[in-house]
Design a protein around this ligand. Sequence first.
Ligand SMILES: NC(=O)c1ccc[n+]([C@@H]2O[C@H](COP(=O)([O-])OP(=O)(O)OC[C@H]3O[C@@H](n4cnc5c(N)ncnc54)[C@H](O)[C@@H]3O)[C@@H](O)[C@H]2O)c1
Ligand SMILES: C[N+](C)(C)CC=O
Ligand SMILES: [K+]
Length: 486
Amino acid sequence: MRDVQPAASHFVDGRYVEDVAGRSIECVYPASGAVVARLHSATADIVEQALASAVRAQREWGALKPVVRGRVLRRAADIIRERNRELSEIETIDTGKPIQETLVADAASGADALEYFAGLAATMTGETIPLGGDFVYTIREPLGVVVGIGAWNYPTQIACWKAAPALAAGNAMIFKPSEVTPLGALRLAEILIEAGAPAGLFNVVQGYGDVGAALVSDPRVAKVSLTGSVPTGKKVYAAAASGMKHVTMELGGKSPLIIFDDADLDSAVSAAINANFYSSGQVCSNGTRVFVQDKIRPTFLDRLVSRTANAVIGEPLEEATQVGPLVSEAQRNKVLGYIETGKTEGARLLIGGRVPPSQNSGFYVEPTVFADVTDEMTIAREEIFGPVMAVLGFADEADVIARANATEFGLAAGVFTANLARAHRVIGQLEAGTCWINTYNVTPVEAPFGGVKQSGVGRENSRAALDHYSQIKSVYVASGPVAAAY
Ligand SMILES: NC(=O)c1ccc[n+]([C@@H]2O[C@H](COP(=O)([O-])OP(=O)(O)OC[C@H]3O[C@@H](n4cnc5c(N)ncnc54)[C@H](O)[C@@H]3O)[C@@H](O)[C@H]2O)c1
Ligand SMILES: C[N+](C)(C)CC=O
Ligand SMILES: [K+]
């Protein structure tokens, strides 16, 4: 296995920096439990260096022609693609996700975001508003220094999805990765410098929640973009509110995947597998409540179980492996606890539910399917963030829409049907920010991504993300003399 110990914990002002006074962070390889890197949480001194250098870099960067900023981001995208193999291995070691996933979904998606926003940078223009002889013109300005805070499931993708629109719009970013997966963002910071970004433009500081909180409460920070859980989102949103800061909140979900009886059944089974077992189920937008219409449910479950039995569980660095471990022991135990609750509350366990007998180290859980799940059961209400699918029945359209919406979350939703009129009708009534018809969890950077209700605020990706990283200055221009009352 490659050596992933970084030169130092943090990347600030264009170089690696360390302060061993910070609390220790051990980066664990989830497939074995071995410590693969030792880092330190940022001290107040490191946080100060990051903030001061970001303020300085942002002034320089924000004054550049946007097309020049785009060129730097485009170069970074190219470097990421050249190094995809190495970056994917680091991502697999950091998260435990199978290399066959990280080779296509992580650094590669990050490169897509950098390339996409590189192209859009120069299109961020204002408008002129004629007012007779006078007029108003508008300027889209950067916010200043923005903070990104990441979750552990997609560390590189999250860093890039936040950095790309932020930097394209002329901001500087300080990024705090999850303490569970500290590695990927450091490589992005190195690559941006290599691509020509000024020192301090994209700083990475490691740390636990207190480091995130210190960044969010600093008056030099104009915005925070968090990917994480709903409880953390509420804390960060509240802290940002007291400083009147902008926010983007990409939070959790318990999304419905609704399969009508006229759907292409094999595609629907594939989608349910992808929507629950990809990344061992550690995907925010997963369709973890699979509603299957009565007539096809027995056949659906048969095919689902026989295909799930074929999943290759194993060492994530081997290309044949399809299912790896969960990210940590704590997450594995949390998921096993939900499986026990599912059994106790009367759901029918069809397959999985155990630590795979072949894996005597690492944090593995078998892909697990529960049938006969009802709306009140804990496994149908709470986000598990593991490979646990709950299959529920339904008879008619109005009933399934009401039940799909009966949740505090609203991140995503999917509908499978051959009847496109029905597909659009149902999607129109679902309370979810990101929806799919006859597919699931496809998240191209060109499309807005984000949630409604408790699942979040704002959108990542697409043109919409640029609005969330910029503000409008409105300038009234007078052409005549000014009168006053006295
Ligand atoms: N919507 C999305 O795009 C998306 C993507 C991935 C994960 N998620 C969600 O993330 C969750 C899993 O990730 P997690 O366990 O890392 O989430 P988490 O909420 O525990 O932590 C997220 C990040 O917030 C930091 N943090 C914790 N307390 C903080 C505070 N008071 N102030 C500032 N920062 C603080 C953590 O250190 C970490 O970096 C799931 O709920 C999942 O649905 C959402
Ligand atoms: C954005 N996505 C779905 C790839 C990762 C969220 O957990
Ligand atoms: K790790």
